[in-house]
Design a binder for this molecule. Structure first.
Ligand SMILES: [Zn+2]
Length: 283
């Protein structure tokens, strides 16, 4: 049986397969199943779509081990079929999801959460304690409040776009959060992961660090724009100073691989890129 374990672009076409409990790469290297999960237990889904006339890509991540399949962020409303399709291409059945970690309350990250939870009620939804009430619809969306607060300053033309955004935000279905997490909390699923509270974009924004593979799943703490790291459009970052401080905190982690929700896998030296980003804000 052929299985794609590491699905990063560069290695996607290599021939991987299991022989008993042994993993073979092009028939040469052999690892135990445990070794393989330790080296790379995550798969980045690059979902391409058109939004307001522009080609866009978002990158939810699957993290797996023998007992868990965890999805980190789940796309806009109506994105469930897209996730299902892409996951299947990576030999992951969406029905096997045990947990969903939502990095923050924004419709491109939790838009399909309610649909997912309806289809798979056993799934545990995990989010930071500060964003959980927004995800669950117990508090008014900060994004919606942001649109409404700028209403008076908008031109008639801009009001049309803002009205459209408002309707879209209002249509996002909330979903209950089953487990809340805090900064530096360690979850022992899938070889272990650490929650890093990275507020700024949203107050309860989190990033995930997977120490075994030195991977950071950044969410929207940093994004990739034209090959460079950036802080998500300040228009959508509720507290820019806080967002800069969050980037600084990421430097404390030994990161080999950085995955951004907007931009996917960063190709370059992560620490240098984070430092360069900070310099643009601190000089
Ligand atoms: Zn986003």
């Amino acid at each position: 049986m052929h299985t794609n374990v590491n699905n990063f672009d560069a290695v996607i076409d290599l021939s991987f397969y299991w022989e008993g409990d042994c993993f073979k790469l092009m028939g040469i290297e052999q690892f135990s199943r445990k070794d393989v999960y330790r080296m790379s237990n995550h798969v980045v889904l690059n979902i391409e779509f058109e939004y307001q006339g522009q080609q866009q890509v978002i990158s939810p991540v699957f993290i797996q081990d023998e007992s868990d399949t965890i999805l980190v962020d789940c796309g806009y409303p109506e994105f469930l079929p897209k996730i299902e399709q892409l996951a299947a291409r990576h030999h992951i059945s969406i029905a096997s999801i045990t947990k969903i970690i939502v990095t923050h309350h924004d419709m491109d990250h939790m838009g399909s959460l309610a649909a997912l939870k309806r289809a798979y009620p056993e799934v545990t939804v995990i989010a930071h304690e500060l964003d959980a009430p927004y995800i669950a619809g117990k508090r008014k969306s900060l994004r919606l409040a942001q649109v409404e607060s700028t209403w008076g300053e908008l031109s008639t033309e801009d009001k049309q776009g803002a009205e459209q955004l408002k309707r879209l935000l209002q249509s996002v279905e909330p979903a209950p959060v089953d487990q809340t997490v805090r900064d530096q909390e360690r979850l022992d699923f899938c070889g272990g992961m650490e929650i890093i509270h990275t507020p700024g974009h949203m107050p309860g924004h989190i990033s995930l660090y997977l120490p075994a593979s030195k991977t950071l799943i950044a969410g929207d703490a940093v994004v990739i724009q034209e090959g460079k790291l950036a802080i998500a459009n300040p228009e959508f970052t509720l507290d820019l100073d806080e967002a800069v401080r969050s980037v600084r905190r990421l430097l404390a982690y030994d990161i080999d691989q950085l995955i951004c929700y907007h931009g996917g896998l960063y190709k370059g030296h992560v620490k240098q890129a984070l430092q360069a980003l900070l310099q643009t804000y601190e000089s």
